[in-house]
Structure formats: C-alpha cells, structure tokens
Design a protein around this ligand. Sequence first.
Ligand code: SF4
Length: 360
Amino acid sequence: MEVNKAQKQYFTQKLMQWHAQDNDRSLPWKEETDPYKIWLSEVILQQTRAEQGLPYYLSFTEAYPTIQEMAEASDEDVYRIWQGLGYYNRCRNMLATARYVSNELKGVFPNTYDDILALKGVGPYTAAAIASFAYGLPHAVVDGNVYRVLSRYFGIDTAIDTTVGKKEFTDLANELLDTRDSAGYNQAIMDIGATVCKPAAPLCNDCPLQKKCVAYTNEELIKLLPVKSKKVKVATRYFHYIIFMHNNSIWIHQRTGKDIWSGLYEPYLIEHTSELDRKDLVKLKPLNEMVISKNDLEFEGELSQRLTHRIIKSRFFSVKVSAEQKRYFTGGKWVKKAELQKLAYPKTIVSLFEKKSYFY
Ligand code: SF4
C-alpha cells in the first residue's frame, strides 16, 4: 500500500515532538546505555507487559549487575528469579546467551545488528531495540505497539501475521525512523502505542497524530486494525498432579524436553485427554501398581492457567506413601517441605504450594 510522503513526515515530526514534550512514561531501563541491561529488559518484556516485568528487571539487575555474574549463576538460582514470568524458554535462552557472551566473547556484548540478531532468543524486534538503544544504530522496532499505531494512522489493512504484512510494516517503520535519534524514535513509538493508541479505547483526543490519522474517530476501523489473518486456536490440556508424601517430604521431578515448563519442577503428573476423578486415577500407573485406593487419595483442589495457545486445567491430589512404596519412584527426588522453596516451579504449582502452606 502506498502512503503519502506528507503523512509520513507529519508522523515522525509529531511523534518526536510528543516524545520531547509530553511523553512522561518512566521506566528504569529508559536512558540506559549498558547493552547487558537493555538486552535483559527486552528479554523480560517479550510477551510481558512493562508493569509486570518491572520487578523482575529490578531483581535481576540487583542479583546480577553484570552479564558475567549472570553467566556464573546456577540454573536454579536464575530460574527462581524468573519464576512467575512464564515462557521459560526465554529464561533458558537468556542464560545461554549470558554464558556465550561471557565465555566466548570475553564479556563484550555484540555491537552490530546482525551479531545481536545471532544471539539465542533474540529476534528482529529485540535486535533493533538493543542496536538502537545501546549503540544508536538506525534500526526501527516493530512490535505489537508499532503494528497498532502504524496500521491505524496509515489505515493499513494488510494482515500483520503474514510475510507480506511483516515486510510492509518493517519497511514503513524504517522509512519513518528518525535516524538522528533512532533510540528516541523507537522509544517514542512504543510509548505512544502503550499509553495513547492503546488496543481498546485509544486516547485519540490526546493523540498528537490525530490530524492525519486515518482511523481517528472511526470506531469500526479502530476495532478492525491491525488485521490478523489467523485466529489462535486454544486447546485444553488436563493435568492431574499426585502429591506423594512420605514423612515430611514430597516427590518432585524436573520437566525436560520441548514441552511447556521445561526445566521447572512439579509433583507426579498424569496427563490425560479429559478430566479424571479419583476412581479413574487409581486405575492408572503408578497408583494401581502401588495398590492405592480411591479413599487414600485426597483431593487438594484445582486450578486453571491460560497460556498463549493452551489452557492448562490442573487437579491436585495427595497421598501418603510408605517407605516400601517409595521403590516405585524413579527419576525424581524426595524433597523436604522446608527445602521446597529452593527450586523453581510453574505458576500453577507455586499457587498450590502457597495455598497449602507447603513452603512454610
Ligand atoms: S488518533 Fe487515535 S487511532 Fe489514530 S494514532 Fe492516535 S490514538 Fe491511534
């Protein structure tokens, strides 16, 4: 789609003016020039709102003021700070990158767009953000905020989840970039998207772009833009956690592989295609082998967690086992309740352990 030059010039000029005079969004990583801290904030902000990510950013920078200190930390310590942010592959990639920069690059963060993009867990958006914020390089960020502002202002209805759409918006964003201050420009467009051109009920009356905005006052168009071609299918998974207890210990194991929550700990899990109750569960391994009856299982509650493409419905049951029955367990470990807090768990397990005071 062709957009006119005057509308483009107006956009950049008004946006930069607004940033200089009226943008009062304050976040601790703004004005930061240390590439490690910029990278850290961007990794945290992938799929996380700034307000939610803020305490995590502060905890990480306090625990690990430099990338070397993060690289030297144990996986478990880093996972524990990350706990609650979700999307644990981000945490895994973050640690891998910290160790790569520290060990292979002698602690010097890469300083070109391509080298930054080559780091694990860094995509085009994060690479552009780091390149511009840390080194002033002329690369425009394109994230959800940018898609929204540009599609509404220019009236672009190309689907943003298509290759054509991604290219169209990336090209346009780079044309609009104020190369004299790429960091300021990138910050400005993200901030205006987050605080003015919000997803629902944008504050058009306070918007510096309204005079030439195509969607201004057109509620239908505002709702329609940005366009997505695919609807995300959300599937439900049914988790049944059996909390096996012996004396004051609980059996837990670490999730591995490519599934969700890899690297985190959880009690014994029985996943099924539908919800099961106690009489169904005792027919399954290892409960049937251990000759555990329906009445031995105590129902501890249920929790539901929404992920991007999944709803996880978890039901919790507990059962006391004898020293002899402990031989049925392999792979995991028995952890004393007092020690449970030292490990990292998925949010749903943390909620259950807190509710049942297992951490205390
Ligand atoms: S006028 Fe409204 S729709 Fe247009 S860019 Fe501003 S906030 Fe968004």
